[in-house]
Design a protein. Sequence first.
Length: 384
Amino acid sequence: MPSHDSYFDAFAPVSKAEWLEKIQKELKGQPLESFDWLIQPGLAVSPFAHREDWSAELQPLPGERSNNDWEIGEDIPVDTIPDAHRRLMEALENGVQAPRFILKRPLKLSEWQHLLEGVELGFISTHIAGIQKVEEFPAIWETFFEMVHSHPERLSLRGSIYIHGIAYAEEGFARVMAQLLERGIYALPGFRLLTVNGHLDYRGEEGVVEELTGILVRGTRLLERYTDLGLAPETVHHHIQLSVSVGTSYFLQIAKIRALKILWAHIMEAYGVSHLSLPPIDVRFAPESQLEDPHQNMIRATTQAMSAVIAGVDRLTVLPSDAFEGKMSSSFARRIARNVQHLLKMESYLDRVIDPAAGSYYIEQLTDVLGSKVWESFQGKLKS
């Protein structure tokens, strides 16, 4: 393959001092700081990032990923079993890889069998949500496990069971949950039973530090609660997944998720589990980011999805453009939501490059500044 290094020979290297001098000349006395992005008080980022800002060559974020692939998610409301099954099959036939069932009540074994009739669970990951009452969780887990316990690929099945809110750390439920975690790691090792719900912390662009701090606090509370109950840190961490909202601030959302990966790696190191993989990051559009105009939502869905994908998420659910209406989305809106992700994979090939943002001086700087601010805030929360 021919080398293209010679293309750069025509351009003399420019030091940061030379670059800033040229910029200041063009600004005619206007201070460089006036162009800083003040995200929130105490968090400002300069647009003038340069290679000299880093002492070493920038590398992709640490991890064990061999590519940047992610799963295409879609919510399946379970109002009636026949309707949910029809919608599930439509989703799977059109490329969904991670359906998430929004339950209104615990399902019976026969209802699960009907709902998943004709579905090859080994080809997808299966996610269960909508659970509001903690006392329902054990029954849902037991019924689902009863359905899949004889599956020939049970040990390789993947998914999660998710409770709304922060009930995982409540003492009474935690004792019951601890038993399920120990059993689950052998019965369904590919299922995550502890979700760090970052959606509760989403505050938009101006609250990004508080959002990430909240996610770290929720995660460490889970680790503390269950290790205090006698579980090994490896067992607890094995069950954790991080669920995060993305808004419309493109570069900030990329940096937010990248910073979360770095910060969570620090927590893993503190608990002695740095030899394990990072937990899956599940990303969904923040409902607050949607307008009462499906056409605008449809357009902005691309940049919102790109920010999540470029940051390196494991699962992404694009909100249908008419979801703001509060009723079941149309088949057309769901189709467009899926196709946004298909385009990012099949035409943009964003699934093939490990950490596409690595080496972007601006994004790297934004990641570092945000991560440092959040870590400082997080340590303050731990001391208080």
